[in-house]
Design a protein around this ligand. Structure first.
Ligand SMILES: NC(=O)c1ccc[n+]([C@@H]2O[C@H](COP(=O)([O-])OP(=O)(O)OC[C@H]3O[C@@H](n4cnc5c(N)ncnc54)[C@H](O)[C@@H]3O)[C@@H](O)[C@H]2O)c1
Length: 356
């Protein structure tokens, strides 16, 4: 990032900061700014604060720079009080139920957290923002972190970009699409300065071990079958989590109010390729009697499984100057190493709640 940062010592509210991407964002903010951060999270099954606590200790962050607040976005009154007490200058909204399989098993949780929760936050911020003095009102930003899944599924050709019509197909993507629409509605109706990002599949350390890459590693290391949906041909555009975080910072710094930005790395790989690559990486780091690939096993396909997601990131690259910095094979291999060295963490957080 070569221009002067607008994030200096503002007050930043991060929702969902006990999750995978929110934790990486808070880590970036602690290292690169003097901002005061409030991390609002309900501490659901996928939450863990070890990473942030580790950073706070390493960086010797003073207690008045970072605070964790236990709150559920469903609790309307509490959210109003928190917003009014903290008086944020910037909000990064990441809190959401995020696992498609869980949305198929329990869709209502996704309606509650992702739609009603986002609405409650927007409504509290609207009343707070409307009463701000003009200078703070103008510099206030609400960043809504969304997904490429709102666009539905692609065939073998084509890419999603900011003009692609929404066409969500799972309860997860429908709830994220609905939250995006509410965010846009609050911009058009009340003028709240919002920005939206729609990013592709993230990977990296500290991801709750129910998502594809940590599942492959945990199962391989414990000599269990590695489950791959159907024929493994479903394609995702994989992005390293720190590239996503830098994308969010670029959008905050240089994005045009009211705009959406698609973020992706143009690293399209199908699930079987990912499983094979991870297994080959494990063969090098932790050799076994037989290649880990032998453990890969096809299981019944996910209901309504989207075939392909792929992002055209031209807008964020050309208009804002962002580009991904991490090379896929290197970042994937470092991720594999991290999980191999942190299986204790994976086991500890997985104990909290198994898939319903
Ligand atoms: N993981 C991805 O590949 C990806 C890609 C694009 C966009 N996103 C979006 O990024 C955001 C973060 O994703 P993640 O992978 O870090 O998810 P995650 O599941 O790891 O973390 C989400 C966090 O939000 C919290 N949360 C959920 N509902 C809440 C509520 N009602 N009140 C307060 N806290 C609540 C959870 O407790 C959890 O700590 C989500 O909005 C997701 O839709 C994720």
């Amino acid at each position: 990032m070569n221009k002067i940062l607008k994030i200096t010592n503002q007050k930043i509210l991060v929702t969902g900061g006990a999750g995978f991407i929110g934790g990486a964002l808070i880590s970036w903010l602690l290292k690169n700014t003097q901002a005061t951060i409030i991390n609002l999270d309900k501490l659901g099954y996928a939450s863990d604060l070890s990473r942030i606590n580790q950073d706070i200790e390493l960086l010797n962050v003073s207690s008045n720079r970072y605070k964790f607040v236990l709150a559920d976005l469903i609790d309307n009154e509490k959210i109003i009080d928190l917003v009014n007490d903290f008086q944020p200058d910037i909000v990064f909204h990441l809190a959401a139920e995020s696992h498609v399989d869980r949305s198929i098993a329990s869709p209502r949780n996704f309606l509650d957290s992702n739609v009603i929760g986002t609405f409650n936050l927007l409504d509290a911020l609207k009343n707070y923002w409307l009463n701000l003095a003009i200078e703070r009102k103008n510099s206030f930003r609400f960043l809504h972190i969304s997904t490429d899944e709102v666009y539905g599924s692609l065939g073998s050709k084509g890419y999603f970009d900011e003009r692609t019509p929404y066409n969500p197909t799972s309860p997860y993507s429908a709830s994220k699409a609905a939250s995006d629409h509410f965010v846009k509605a609050f911009y058009y109706t009340y003028g709240i300065p919002i920005l939206i990002t729609n990013c592709s599949n993230n990977y990296g350390p500290w991801q709750y071990p129910e998502k594809l890459i940590p599942v492959i590693i945990s199962n391989a290391l414990s000599n269990q079958p590695i489950p791959i949906y159907g024929d493994g041909s479903n394609i995702r555009d994989w992005i390293y989590v720190d590239d996503h975080v830098e994308g969010l910072i670029f959008v905050f710094e240089y994005g045009l109010i009211g705009n959406s930005y698609c973020i992706g790395s143009s690293e399209e790989h199908n699930n079987l390729e990912i499983a094979n690559k991870v297994c080959r990486g494990l063969d090098v780091i932790r050799p076994n009697l037989q290649p880990y690939e032998n453990l890969i096993k096809s299981v019944n396909d996910r209901l309504g499984h989207d075939q392909r997601y792929a992002i055209n990131s031209k807008k964020i690259k050309e208009k804002l100057g962002w580009k991904p910095r991490y090379k896929f094979n290197d970042a994937l291999q470092n991720t594999v190493k991290w999980y191999v060295n942190n299986q204790d963490w994976c086991n500890r957080v997985s104990m909290k709640k198994k898939l319903i």
